[in-house]
Every structure is written in C-alpha cells, then in structure tokens.
Design a protein around this ligand. Structure first.
Ligand code: AMP
Ligand code: GLY
Length: 426
C-alpha cells in the first residue's frame, strides 16, 4: 500500500520511518517533507494551509492511507475534505480537532464531562478579564484561545501582568493575530506527562507515556519552545496511574466527544500535570506530539500502519500494541537564537557517523538539501533519538551521537531526562 504523510517535521520523519518498516507498505510519500524525510519517503511539495491543494495531491497520488501530522491542516478540515471524497485518513475532523484548536472549547468540554483540569474563566474583553482575575491568586496563566505554536501561554506573576498579557492577546500585539477569547487559568504545579492515546471514536488505546522539556534552557529556564527533548520509560507511570488516567481522562474525553456528535478519531494527546491532587489536563492536542513521537515510535514493536488503520476503520477494540520494555530519549539540536529568530542554510556535518551509534535514529525537524549538502532550515533542526535497556543507556547513546554532529551555532540541552535519572536507584 501507498501511505501519504502530511507535514514536514521530526514527528513526520519518525512516522515515515515507522510506516516504512511495515511489511504492507510499498511506498511512503511525504508532503512537503524535509531533507531527512527524503531519505525514507518521496517528498512532494504542498501547502499545508491549503485544503484544496492537499485534496488535489491525494487525487494525483491515490494513497491507501493518509496520516495528518500537524494541527493546522486538522483545524482547517483536511480530514473532513478527504473523508468526503472517500480517502482513508488518520486524524480527527475539524470539529473534533477543536479540543486543540480552541482552548475555550476544551475547557468548557472538560467541565461538561467532569474531566480534571485547572479552574478557569473564558473572557472575551478586557473588562471581563479584570473581573475574572480577582478570583485567581497569582501566578496566573493566560492563554490565547486559538492555535499559537506554543507561544499562546503566558505564566503571569501578578494580576496586572495578566491583564496586560490578555490585552496583548486581544490586540494581536503578542501573537501577531488578534484573538477574540482568552482563557485565564489557575497555575498548576507538578511534573508534566504527555499521555497520548489512539482512538477510533469509540475505543481508546494508550501509547507509552513521555515527558517533554518545553523550555529552551537547562533546568527548565527561559522561554517555551516546541519541545527540546523527551524521554519515555516503562516506569514513568505506575500501571494503576495509567488506569486512573484512562478511566478519568482519556475514556471520558472520547465518550464525551461521541456523545456530543463529534467523535474523536486519531491521536488524543493529553498534556497532564501530575499535581498533589492528582493528574489534571493542561491541554489537549489532536495529533502526535513533537518530539514525543520520535521517542514513542522507536519503542513501538507492533506495526504502526495496522494500528492507525484500526483507528480509521473503527476496529481499535481488537488492537493490542506491543512495546519494548526499555527506554527511549530524543534530544533536539536547535539553531542558535531559537525560539527567537535564527539563521538558516547552515551546512550540517557528521550525521552518517552519528547514525552508526548503536540504538540511535536521527529524525530531522528542520533540514533541507542544497545539492548534496544537508543544511539547516528551521529552529529545531534534528532530533537525536536513542533506545536502550535503561534511560541511562538511551541518554548516553543520544548524547554520544550528538558529539559527532556539527552546524554553526548548534544548541541542545544537556539535561534531558535528568529528572528520570535522579529517580532511579544508583
Ligand atoms: P499548553 O500549550 O496549554 O500545553 O501550555 C504550554 C505549557 O505551559 C505547558 O506544557 C505547561 O508547561 C505550561 N502551562 C500551561 N497551563 C498551565 C497551568 N495551568 N499551570 C502551569 N503551567 C501551565
Ligand atoms: N511537544 C509538544 C507538542 O507537540 O505540542
């Protein structure tokens, strides 16, 4: 079968790599792809903001299955458009993707279905913000309603800071686009866990958990990024905790969406804060996480295409996923300046040597090919991903591979997975 993957980041590279390993797959096409994806898939140009262009691509390629990577095409209704024409496509419809594309919708949905989340208020103007903010103790979190590529969440140390942040979101000054709604939210403390599940609209199957490192700086300092690294181990969540999360969060979410007439099929990504009063949902995403997917898929032993097809066909109830028992980690190498502005077009060297490190897969986030030379083309450039019997081994392999890789201004965090290492007995 021919599989089409929409997107161009490390997540899509990991998906293309995993799909290619399926016995049933004869061809992988990725649109638009990147310099690394081109090693495992045929890359074709497409504008992922243009649903019509993606449909025309499907009409040319006639894929047996399409996998949508990023949130933007989901929020624009690419799945609805593909389904209308009879194409088999993995991902939620536009209405179901509102769990990610509108934070106000997600919060109100969680309230309707008693799913644990931080207290909040949805505000549509400055006066409402001033009134609502009186009911929160600083620090308080202000969030733009819509998609903001990780830039829409502001942790505010004072009420005045929050009022100003909300104003900046309404005016468009902060995100470049004026927003009609903001969410004011209680600040939660604890460890974050990315809890991803597959769903066919009715059944839910969890993937292995992962922990992202969102801040640019070591020790979780500095501004938020798309994710600087992630690890995943079998020990991250006790089996009873996984059951609790399934029972109180993942299953009620899928049931609630079905009851409301917008069944959710695809990846349900629950961003959780493990607080003193139990897991609380920080956010939903309607897609695979990046870089979570890189570390999760190297641990998957089952055929990924079988699992994703079961979601499309409503057969997930029969699906059992097999996972490696060890650990995996992904360390992101980024451009100097990211998440602010950065240079692109810088030559990358040492990848083939680095890729020979045992247990290592290198997934490209922002690279392109200039003739024979691989160059940087994004803020996050590479995701050095490694598996091992233990988290210690996986991290050692990823960092060893990184010592071989060079591009001007290459930056990465040296402390990915350190919290997991501390929790391990020596
Ligand atoms: P989100 O886009 O909603 O996941 O938010 C991005 C990041 O902001 C999360 O991964 C958290 O690190 C942080 N964050 C979001 N909401 C809260 C909250 N209520 N309390 C503390 N931190 C939060
Ligand atoms: N790594 C966080 C995300 O994919 O949203």
């Amino acid at each position: 079968m021919k599989v089409l993957i929409l997107g161009s980041g490390g997540r899509e590279h990991a998906l293309a790599w995993a799909v290619k390993r399926s016995q049933r797959v004869t061809e992988v096409v990725c649109a638009p792809g990147n310099g690394g994806i081109a090693q495992v898939a045929r890359c074709v140009l497409v504008d992922i903001k243009d649903v019509g262009a993606m449909v025309r691509l499907a009409e040319v390629e006639q894929p047996s299955l399409t996998i949508v990577g990023p949130e933007l095409p989901l929020s624009l209704g690419v799945v609805d458009a593909f389904q209308e024409l009879g194409y088999r496509v993995f991902g939620p419809t536009r209405d179901a993707a509102r769990l990610e594309s509108s934070k106000a919708f997600a919060k109100q949905f969680m309230k309707r279905h008693q799913i644990p989340t931080a207290n909040y208020a949805v505000c549509t103007d400055a006066a409402e913000v001033e009134e609502a903010i009186k009911h929160f103790h600083p620090p308080v979190v202000v969030k733009a309603d819509g998609l903001a590529a990780g830039k829409g969440v502001i942790i505010c140390p004072t009420r005045q800071f929050a009022i100003d942040a909300a104003q900046g979101i309404f005016s468009g000054e902060l995100l470049g686009l004026a927003e009609k709604q903001v969410v004011i939210e209680e600040f939660l403390e604890g460890e974050e866990v990315s809890f991803l599940c597959l769903s066919d609209g009715e059944h839910v199957v969890p993937l292995v958990p992962a922990q992202d490192h969102k801040r640019i700086g070591e020790g979780d300092t500095g501004p938020n990024t798309g994710g600087m690294g992630v690890y995943s181990t079998s020990e991250m969540l006790e089996p009873t905790m996984t059951e609790w999360i399934m029972h109180h969060i993942a299953e009620p979410t899928v049931r609630g969406m079905a009851e409301e007439g917008t069944p959710f099929a695809g990846v349900l990504y629950c961003g959780l804060m493990m607080t003193a009063r139990g897991p609380q949902v920080l956010e939903y995403n309607a897609r695979f996480g990046d870089p979570e997917t890189q570390a999760i898929l190297v641990r998957l032993e089952s055929d990924v295409v079988d699992a994703l097809e079961a979601c499309v066909d409503g057969r997930l109830g029969e699906t059992v996923l097999r996972w490696s028992h060890g650990a995996a980690a992904c360390v992101v190498a980024s451009s100097s300046g990211y998440p602010g502005s950065y240079k692109t077009g810088l030559p990358i060297s040492g990848l083939s040597l680095a890729a020979q490190t045992p247990g290592v897969e290198i997934f490209h986030s922002g690279t392109s090919r200039l003739g024979n030379q691989l160059v940087t083309s994004g803020g996050r450039v590479l995701g050095i991903t490694a598996s091992g019997d233990t988290i210690r081994e996986a991290l050692a392999r990823a960092y060893e591979a990184l010592t071989q890789i060079h591009f001007e201004g290459m930056y990465y965090r040296h402390d990915i997975g350190h919290k997991a290492l501390k929790q391990q007995r020596p």
